[in-house]
Design a protein around this ligand. Structure first.
Ligand code: NAP
Length: 331
C-alpha cells in the first residue's frame, strides 16, 4: 500500500517553520497478526508536539529527526489481522501525521449519530479528558465557585469553561487572543466574561473581570497569565497547571511569576498534571460529556484544515492562535 507521511526534518530553535517538516512516500506491507491497516480520516495537531521536537527529557519521548511524526488520529480499517475488527471499522490510534498506518494499539470506536469522528480527537478525546480531570480532580472545582481559564477559546480551554458552567460555576472568565474569540466565548459558549490578553495588562483585565476574585485558575498559558491569576486568587483557591504555551517557542525562558508569595498569603494549592496519568477517568468523562455534546448543551467547535499536505501549516497555525476550538486535519 502506497502511503505518505511527515517526518521531522530538523529540530527547531524558537518557532518551527514549514522546513521543520519533510514529506515522504512509503510503502506499507499488509498487516501481520495483531495489526490493522488504517486509512486516516482525521489527525490531531497539539501543542505538546512542539515540546517533542526538542531533544529534552519529558513525559513523552522526543520525536527523532528523519523519522515519521506521530500523534492522535482517527481512521477507517482497510485491512485487518485482528479478530473482531473488520474493514470499515473506525479506530482511534496514535499514528497521525500520515495517510495510512499499520497499528497494533488502537481503540475501536462506536460511531455516534450526528457526531463527527473528529470529536474523538477533541471534545470526546484527549483534550476533553484534560479539561475534565484538570477542573474536577486536580483543581477540585465545586459548584458556586468562580473559574478563570486561559487559552479559553482553544480545545481544552473551551471545554473547561463549558464544563464549569454545566457543573454550577458562579462565574466563568476566559482569556483569548482576539476580539472574535472573546465574542465567541461570551456569546456562544456561555462564559460570563472574557478578555483579549493582547488588549493590555492581563492582571488589570482579570481583576476587572473577576471583582470577587477567582477560586479556580486553569492555566494553559503560564507567564503573565499565571502571575495575573495569582493576584486574583481567593483564599484556599486552586491552580491547575495544564500548560504554558506562552513559552513553548521561546529560545530562552522568560522570568517566572514574581508573586509566588501569593500562594502562601492565600493558602493556595498549585498542582501540575499530565492527562496520561488519568486515563482511568476516560469512561466517567465520556459518560458526562457525551450526552452534553449529543444533547447540544456543549459546543464542540473545531477548526478543520483539509489535506495531509497542509498538516504542518495547521500545526503552525494552531501555535499562532489560528484555531477556535480543536484544530484538526481532515485527510
Ligand atoms: P489550543 O488551545 O487549542 O491551541 C493553542 C492556543 O494557544 C492557540 O489557539 C492560541 O490561542 C494560544 N496561544 C498561543 N500562543 C499564546 C501566547 N503566547 N499566550 C497566550 N495564548 C497563546 O491547544 P490545546 O490543545 O487546547 O492546549 C491548551 C494547553 O493545554 C496547552 O498549553 C497544552 O500544552 C496544554 N495541554 C496539557 C495537557 C496535559 O496533560 N497537561 C494535555 C493537553 C493540552 P489565542 O488566539 O488565544 O492566543
Amino acid at each position: 500500500m502506497a502511503a505518505k507521511e511527515f517526518r521531522l526534518a530538523s529540530r527547531p530553535s524558537g518557532w518551527p517553520t514549514e522546513e521543520t517538516f519533510d514529506f515522504a512516500e512509503v510503502t506499507l506491507p499488509s498487516p501481520e497478526a495483531g495489526q490493522v491497516l488504517v486509512r486516516n480520516a482525521f489527525m490531531s495537531v497539539d501543542p505538546y508536539m512542539r515540546g517533542r521536537m526538542n531533544d529534552v527529557k519529558s513525559y513523552v519521548p522526543p520525536y527523532e529527526v528523519g523519522k515519521a511524526l506521530d500523534g492522535g488520529a482517527v481512521g477507517e480499517v482497510v485491512e485487518s489481522a485482528v479478530d473482531g475488527v473488520v474493514p470499515g471499522d473506525l479506530v482511534l490510534h496514535g499514528l497521525g501525521w500520515r495517510s495510512h498506518a499499520l497499528v497494533s494499539q488502537f481503540n475501536k470506536l462506536d460511531p455516534i449519530d450526528g457526531v463527527s469522528p473528529s470529536h474523538f480527537l477533541g471534545a470526546l478525546g484527549m483534550p476533553a479528558l484534560t479539561a475534565y480531570v484538570g477542573l474536577l480532580d486536580v483543581a477540585e472545582f465545586s459548584p458556586g465557585e468562580t473559574v478563570f481559564v486561559s487559552g479559553a477559546a482553544g480545545a481544552v480551554g473551551s471545554l473547561v469553561g463549558q464544563i464549569a458552567k454545566l457543573k454550577g460555576a458562579k462565574r466563568v472568565i476566559g482569556s483569548a487572543g482576539s476580539a472574535d474569540k472573546v465574542a465567541h466565548l461570551t456569546r456562544k459558549l456561555g462564559f460570563d466574561a472574557a478578555f483579549n490578553y493582547r488588549d493590555g495588562d492581563v492582571t488589570k483585565q482579570l481583576a476587572e473581570a473577576a471583582p470577587d476574585g477567582v477560586d479556580v485558575y486553569f492555566d494553559n498559558v503560564g507567564g503573565d497569565h499565571l502571575e495575573a491569576a495569582l493576584w486574583s486568587m481567593n483564599r484556599n483557591g486552586r491552580v491547575a497547571i495544564c500548560g504554558s504555551i506562552s513559552s513553548y517557542n521561546e529560545e530562552s525562558l522568560p522570568p517566572g511569576p514574581r508573586n509566588l508569595h501569593q500562594i502562601l498569603v492565600n493558602r493556595l494549592t498549585v498542582r501540575g498534571f499530565i492527562v496520561l496519568d488519568h486515563n482511568d477517568r476516560f469512561p466517567a468523562m465520556i459518560a458526562e460529556v457525551g450526552p452534553w455534546l449529543a444533547g447540544g448543551k456543549l459546543v464542540a467547535e473545531e477548526t478543520v484544515v483539509d489535506g495531509l499536505e497542509n498538516a504542518p501549516s495547521a500545526f503552525l497555525g494552531m501555535l499562532r492562535g489560528e484555531n477556535t476550538g480543536k484544530m484538526v486535519v481532515r485527510l
